[in-house]
Design a protein around this ligand. Structure first.
Ligand code: FES
Length: 145
Protein backbone atom coordinates (compact mmCIF):
# COMPACT_ATOMS: atom_id res chain seq x y z
CA UNK A 1 0.00 0.00 0.00
CA UNK A 2 2.87 2.40 0.77
CA UNK A 3 5.89 2.95 -1.44
CA UNK A 4 9.34 2.08 -0.14
CA UNK A 5 10.17 5.76 0.07
CA UNK A 6 7.15 6.48 2.25
CA UNK A 7 8.11 3.62 4.55
CA UNK A 8 11.71 4.83 4.67
CA UNK A 9 10.75 8.41 5.58
CA UNK A 10 8.22 7.14 8.10
CA UNK A 11 10.72 4.86 9.79
CA UNK A 12 13.73 7.17 9.49
CA UNK A 13 12.29 10.66 9.31
CA UNK A 14 14.82 13.36 8.32
CA UNK A 15 15.10 16.70 10.08
CA UNK A 16 12.96 15.98 13.10
CA UNK A 17 13.22 18.59 15.83
CA UNK A 18 13.03 22.29 16.47
CA UNK A 19 15.10 25.31 15.48
CA UNK A 20 15.72 27.78 18.26
CA UNK A 21 14.98 31.35 17.22
CA UNK A 22 13.71 30.11 13.86
CA UNK A 23 13.14 32.69 11.11
CA UNK A 24 9.66 31.30 10.63
CA UNK A 25 7.47 28.73 12.35
CA UNK A 26 4.24 27.35 10.94
CA UNK A 27 1.75 25.10 12.66
CA UNK A 28 -1.24 23.60 10.92
CA UNK A 29 -3.69 20.90 11.78
CA UNK A 30 -6.56 18.97 10.36
CA UNK A 31 -9.56 18.93 12.66
CA UNK A 32 -10.98 15.89 10.90
CA UNK A 33 -8.16 13.47 11.69
CA UNK A 34 -6.71 15.50 14.57
CA UNK A 35 -3.18 15.52 13.17
CA UNK A 36 -0.87 18.49 13.71
CA UNK A 37 2.35 19.52 11.99
CA UNK A 38 4.88 22.23 12.83
CA UNK A 39 7.67 23.37 10.52
CA UNK A 40 10.64 25.53 11.52
CA UNK A 41 12.63 27.44 8.90
CA UNK A 42 16.02 29.05 9.26
CA UNK A 43 16.32 31.63 6.48
CA UNK A 44 19.49 33.63 5.79
CA UNK A 45 19.88 37.25 4.67
CA UNK A 46 19.64 36.19 1.02
CA UNK A 47 16.26 34.59 1.69
CA UNK A 48 17.65 31.08 1.29
CA UNK A 49 16.39 28.29 3.55
CA UNK A 50 19.47 27.10 5.40
CA UNK A 51 17.76 24.69 7.75
CA UNK A 52 14.36 23.17 8.18
CA UNK A 53 13.00 20.98 10.94
CA UNK A 54 9.62 19.55 11.74
CA UNK A 55 7.52 18.02 14.45
CA UNK A 56 4.48 16.03 13.54
CA UNK A 57 1.86 14.70 15.84
CA UNK A 58 0.12 12.62 13.28
CA UNK A 59 -0.15 9.56 11.11
CA UNK A 60 2.70 7.80 9.35
CA UNK A 61 1.98 9.50 6.02
CA UNK A 62 2.08 12.89 7.74
CA UNK A 63 5.49 12.03 9.20
CA UNK A 64 6.76 10.82 5.80
CA UNK A 65 5.45 13.86 3.91
CA UNK A 66 6.85 16.34 6.43
CA UNK A 67 10.19 14.57 6.34
CA UNK A 68 10.28 14.72 2.54
CA UNK A 69 9.03 18.31 2.49
CA UNK A 70 11.90 19.44 4.75
CA UNK A 71 14.38 17.76 2.40
CA UNK A 72 12.83 19.39 -0.65
CA UNK A 73 12.84 22.97 0.68
CA UNK A 74 16.34 22.86 2.18
CA UNK A 75 18.63 25.16 0.21
CA UNK A 76 15.82 26.76 -1.77
CA UNK A 77 14.95 30.43 -1.84
CA UNK A 78 11.68 31.38 -0.17
CA UNK A 79 10.14 31.86 -3.63
CA UNK A 80 11.22 28.42 -4.80
CA UNK A 81 9.97 26.88 -1.55
CA UNK A 82 6.55 28.26 -2.27
CA UNK A 83 6.41 26.04 -5.35
CA UNK A 84 6.93 22.86 -3.32
CA UNK A 85 3.35 21.67 -3.49
CA UNK A 86 1.82 18.64 -1.88
CA UNK A 87 1.89 17.03 -5.35
CA UNK A 88 5.64 17.56 -5.55
CA UNK A 89 6.04 16.00 -2.10
CA UNK A 90 3.88 13.04 -3.11
CA UNK A 91 5.79 12.54 -6.35
CA UNK A 92 9.06 12.60 -4.45
CA UNK A 93 7.65 9.83 -2.25
CA UNK A 94 6.49 7.77 -5.26
CA UNK A 95 2.86 8.43 -4.41
CA UNK A 96 0.43 8.08 -1.54
CA UNK A 97 -2.85 6.16 -1.30
CA UNK A 98 -5.82 8.46 -2.09
CA UNK A 99 -7.08 8.51 1.51
CA UNK A 100 -3.70 9.83 2.58
CA UNK A 101 -3.47 12.74 0.16
CA UNK A 102 -4.68 15.18 2.82
CA UNK A 103 -1.62 14.32 4.92
CA UNK A 104 0.62 15.79 2.23
CA UNK A 105 -1.51 18.94 2.20
CA UNK A 106 -0.59 19.38 5.83
CA UNK A 107 3.09 19.51 4.82
CA UNK A 108 2.46 22.10 2.08
CA UNK A 109 0.38 24.29 4.38
CA UNK A 110 2.88 24.05 7.23
CA UNK A 111 5.64 25.34 4.92
CA UNK A 112 3.37 28.16 3.77
CA UNK A 113 2.51 29.00 7.37
CA UNK A 114 6.22 29.14 8.29
CA UNK A 115 6.94 31.37 5.27
CA UNK A 116 4.02 33.58 6.26
CA UNK A 117 5.42 33.89 9.78
CA UNK A 118 8.84 34.82 8.33
CA UNK A 119 7.25 37.44 6.05
CA UNK A 120 5.32 38.97 8.92
CA UNK A 121 8.36 39.09 11.19
CA UNK A 122 10.39 40.81 8.47
CA UNK A 123 7.64 43.03 7.19
CA UNK A 124 7.85 41.72 3.66
CA UNK A 125 5.36 40.32 1.19
CA UNK A 126 6.10 37.05 -0.54
CA UNK A 127 4.42 37.18 -3.90
CA UNK A 128 1.97 34.34 -4.41
CA UNK A 129 1.80 33.43 -0.73
CA UNK A 130 -1.69 33.49 0.70
CA UNK A 131 -2.49 33.56 4.38
CA UNK A 132 -2.43 29.89 5.34
CA UNK A 133 -5.32 28.16 7.03
CA UNK A 134 -4.60 26.79 10.45
CA UNK A 135 -7.02 23.95 9.79
CA UNK A 136 -6.58 22.38 6.38
CA UNK A 137 -9.82 20.48 6.81
CA UNK A 138 -11.70 23.69 5.95
CA UNK A 139 -12.43 23.68 2.27
CA UNK A 140 -10.95 20.24 1.81
CA UNK A 141 -14.08 19.03 0.05
CA UNK A 142 -13.55 21.53 -2.73
CA UNK A 143 -10.09 20.20 -3.52
CA UNK A 144 -9.74 18.07 -6.62
CA UNK A 145 -7.36 15.16 -6.32
FE1 FES B 1 -4.57 13.11 8.92
FE2 FES B 1 -2.62 11.68 8.00
S1 FES B 1 -4.53 10.96 8.69
S2 FES B 1 -2.59 13.79 8.44
Amino acid sequence: MYSEKVMDHFQNPRNVGEIENASGVGTVGNAKCGDIMRIYLDIDENQIIRDCKFKTFGCGAAVATSSMATELVMGLSIHEALKVTNKAVMEALDGLPPVKVHCSLLAEEAIHAALWDYAEKNNITIEGLEKPKSDIHEGEEEEEY
